[in-house]
Design a protein around this ligand. Structure first.
Ligand code: SF4
Length: 426
């Protein structure tokens, strides 16, 4: 293991996209073109997901070469972040417009041009649109909602660390994401509301180093893969140099919203620090494109083990067909469906939340009807900091002195001789 001088200065510029200068950002805000009519733009529902991104680039960014478009810095510096900018691409609903008029005082809004190219401008109910374009509904607080429903602040021994389970620690490394999901559990932290998380890195690593029970570190945020290569390597080197840390997980949505970030150099870095697990945040099958498939396959080729995390969202992915398609596509790009989360009761999320019965119904519609590999664990992260609790449809339908009775995916009941072993010494 290579040694690293911990006194080495690392630049901390949380809140700003790494390696992007203010000049570039100003340039980006001027460069969004005037075209707003999707018909004029020639981008329509009829275009396949595969062809739409190229058509979108040529229409809206005619002076942008393929090389520029495929540079993740270009994507970050050209993010769409204001009402004026998004209005040029989408005809906004009243609810969206009202929300965007106040976005500066609320949870920020940001979409990469690549991710925007996946949204059908003619469909106000597009799943991806609902998940990233704000609506006024998110400004209403419903009973049971709060800014920090999981009480992460109460289980934070030092800033930047959440230590809830004995052998795992969550390390919040950045508050920046290239795209802000409207249902984000950490909306209180991400988007630059708070002091930069990078100022806490050294103390957070010191806490992990001084806590031998921690064998699994989850690097999260914000989105850690939006950090520069140098910072990612610094973090991995520091964390993997701790003897009792056996594995590192990185929580990210980058392969889905900014696949251009998965560069050869980043892959070389990830390859150097095995075992690395990636928890890839995926929402909908429309996210699995040529670009994201290429990014995921490159990660798998680099030895990164990937599992998906999906939040169950009303009107976005709450159907068996949508989830099955998502999970099949994920498996094709070598991501194992891992968790399906019941949406946390974060402030302003009522319009996204399904009932738990709906979640159970969806899992029952997957289990048995497709490979077990395509079925994630459905969990509720319990409000109050109780941790994740798995939720299953009711497969156990009864028992007697001899048998446990189980209902299969077709609704047929079978007996398992659970009690038959008692007293046999088996
Ligand atoms: S990528 Fe994750 S941290 Fe960032 S806004 Fe989405 S849910 Fe929140």
């Amino acid at each position: 293991m290579e040694h690293f001088n911990t006194n080495q200065t690392i630049s901390v510029d949380d809140g700003d996209p790494p390696l992007i200068s203010e000049g570039m950002q100003a340039c980006a805000s001027q460069s969004v073109p005037e075209t707003s009519d999707p018909k004029r733009a020639g981008v329509s529902l009829k275009d396949s997901r595969w062809g739409r991104t190229t058509k979108f680039r040529k229409t809206y960014f005619p002076d942008t070469t393929k090389e520029m478009w495929n540079d993740w810095h270009w994507q970050v510096s050209h993010r769409i972040t204001t009402l004026a900018q998004i209005s040029r691409f989408l005809t906004l609903t009243t609810e969206e417009r009202q929300a965007l008029e106040n976005v500066e005082s609320s949870f920020p809004f940001s979409i990469t041009p690549y991710y925007l190219s996946l949204i059908d401008p003619t469909d106000v109910n597009s799943a991806l649109r609902k998940s990233v374009v704000p609506t006024i509904l998110e400004s209403f607080t419903s009973p049971g909602e709060s800014e920090d429903p999981l009480h992460e602040e109460n289980t934070s021994p030092v800033p930047g660390i959440v230590h809830r389970y004995p052998d795992r620690a969550l390390f919040l490394t950045t508050s920046f994401c290239s795209v802000y999901c409207r249902y984000c559990t950490r909306s209180r932290l991400v988007g630059g509301h708070t002091e930069p998380l990078e100022t806490h890195w050294k103390k957070a690593i010191e806490y992990i180093r001084n806590t031998p029970a921690i064998r699994d570190v989850i690097i999260s945020g914000g989105d850690p893969l939006t950090l520069s290569d140098e910072k990612i390597e610094w973090l991995l080197k520091e964390i993997t140099s701790i003897n009792h840390v056996e594995m590192v997980r990185i929580g990210t949505k980058v392969p889905m919203v900014l696949p251009q970030r998965i560069t050869p150099n980043l892959l070389r870095i990830l390859k150097r620090y095995k075992p690395i697990y990636l928890s890839v945040h995926c929402t909908h099958p429309d996210e699995i494109t040529d670009e994201s498939s290429k990014a995921c396959n490159s990660l798998a080729d680099a030895g990164v083990v990937m599992g998906s995390q999906t939040v169950l969202l009303k009107g976005v992915n709450d159907s068996v067909e949508t989830l099955m398609e998502l999970y099949h596509r994920l498996l094709k790009v070598r991501i194992k469906p891992y968790y399906l989360f019941q949406c946390d009761p974060i402030t302003g999320s009522a319009h996204f939340r399904t009932t738990v019965d709906k979640g159970k119904e969806l899992i029952a519609g997957l289990r048995g009807f497709t490979s077990g590999y395509a079925v994630p664990q459905y969990v509720i992260d319990t409000p109050g900091g109780g941790g994740k609790v798995p939720i299953l449809p009711d497969y156990e339908v009864g028992q007697d002195e001899k048998n446990l009775y189980l209902r299969n995916y077709e609704g047929k009941v079978f007996a398992y001789p659970d009690r038959a072993q008692e007293g046999t010494g088996a």
